[in-house]
Design a binder for this molecule. Sequence first.
Ligand code: GLY
Length: 368
Amino acid sequence: MHELEIKVPASRPGSYKVAVGSGFLANLWPQIKSAFGHRRPFVIADANVVAAGHLDTLLGGRPVPHFVIDPPGEVSKNITTAVAIVEAMEKAYLGRDTVVVALGGGTVGDVAGFAAAIFKRGVPIVQIPTTTLAQADSAIGGKTGVDSSVSKNAFGAFWHPAAVYVDVATVRTLDERQYRSGLTESVKHALIADAEYFEFLERKMDVILDRQGEVLQTLAQHNCAIKGRVVEADPDERNQRQMLNYGHTIGHAVESASNYRLLHGEAVAIGIVAAGRIEIEMGLSEPGRLERVTTLLSRLGVPVTLPPDLDAEKLIDLIRHDKKAIDRWPRFVLLGQLGRVHCPDGQYALEVDRRIVEKVTQSMVDDR
Ligand code: GLY
């Protein structure tokens, strides 16, 4: 075999800044212009962000080309929307000197990131997340993509943002259910990485639910620091980054089995409880841990049991076909203790005896 070495870094070296604050959206545009002044901006938002007034606040009447995803949400997270965005950029005579600015929640960030990754072979993206979910999770880490008619994120790319601006004041306009659901990812971060952060969430849950600025900034700083550390250690999700999928193996299956009637964070909350039951079965849980987790999730107002009408057979089938499965049976991220992932031999996602998974899933079905 003949080998030739091409001396180009396999992944681009570099870093990006995540700025966290409250109420700076109205003054952000000049900052973006000064950081990316040599580039021409194209803003992507959705109808919810427009209705909440965030697009007007960001642009302040400036005539910047933009695309509004409508209808908002997962229903528009597809290749048709990505194509429409790319074509809108072409029609605005934009080229490789574009900077895409994504203003919105998880769908906007994922679709805009994907469009940025493929437009003219890739242009930088600035993420401005406006939901609890996107601020805690999806705006950082470079996972971008759109769904196919068969599965979620079937088209995708790792495309790390050039900058992330988290204005926590933007989540004040979110509807209550979305607001609470997105906070499940904060609970997840605390569970996998920081027991003191978990205690903070226990102490401050009422204030967090009141959406008070100072506590929201502390929350965002913790989330960004935890997610940033994990992504830095394993940007391509070869091992350690898988810990961010805590609660997601069963959570994704629940989300899909509910036909997306459950929001992502709601399904993940159920997945976290299921992971807690697996930990008990495997002798990994200290007494009272699952009760503590369940109590916090209940105070958050997300479900901790399966919906009564959820199709149990479909659920089991979906767990078997999880996209991260090996040999058609998924691997799980499990806690060794509160704030720390169990990783024997340095492996963060583990095979679990299928009888345990079936027993726990059945117990979740029986308890609803
Ligand atoms: N949301 C999980 C990750 O970014 O890896």
